[in-house]
Design a protein around this ligand. Structure first.
Ligand code: S3P
Length: 166
């Protein structure tokens, strides 16, 4: 069994994938992203999984993807923003170095919507983002071994801060 060198958690727009890829390159290790793993398993993009099978099915695939990566990946791992809602996932994360990428709404808004569409932010994205963050912030803090503030920072600066926090 191998474990990730670091797991990145945080809301959509916190830069988990961008920073994660950068960190993996700097550390000379692989990068995995549970969103990509779920899409590979399902054979379709996340919005289609939500439409065709519903969010509970997506969450089940996500929890399985986290477990597989937490126990079988020795690089950097980025989790989908809602993965921490699963109690079993939080239990797994308690054993690992986990960095919570904290981000204010204004910064997240600049980033979300620019890449993959997110079903949970399809309508009223700012209000929904706030709701999700209010509900999940305690869960990110529960699993985090370190918190990195990404406000106004470039991905390079965030990656530096994550490396310092490890
Ligand atoms: C979700 C965030 C997305 C993706 C899915 C659900 C969420 O990942 O897993 O659309 O519940 O916040 P990112 O955090 O990488 O955008």
């Amino acid at each position: 069994m191998t474990n990730p060198v670091v797991v990145l958690v945080g809301p959509p727009g916190s830069g988990k994938s961008t920073v994660g890829r950068m960190l993996a390159e700097r550390l000379g290790v692989g990068f995995r992203d549970t969103d990509a793993d779920v899409e590979a398993t399902a054979g379709k993009p996340i919005p289609e999984i939500f439409i065709d099978e519903g969010e509970p099915h997506f969450r089940a695939l996500e929890a399985a993807a986290v477990r597989a990566a937490a126990e079988g990946h020795d690089g950097v791992l980025a989790l989908g923003g809602g993965a921490v809602m699963a109690e079993a996932t939080r239990a797994l994360l308690h054993e690992l170095p986990v960095v919570f990428l904290e981000v204010p709404l204004a910064d997240a808004v600049k980033r979300v919507g620019l890449d993959a569409p997110r079903p949970l932010l399809a309508v009223n994205p700012r209000a929904r983002w706030r709701e999700l963050m209010d509900a999940r912030r305690p869960l990110y803090l529960e699993v985090a071994t370190a918190v990195v503030d990404t406000a106004g920072r470039t991905p390079e600066q965030v990656a530096d801060a994550v490396l310092e926090a490890l």
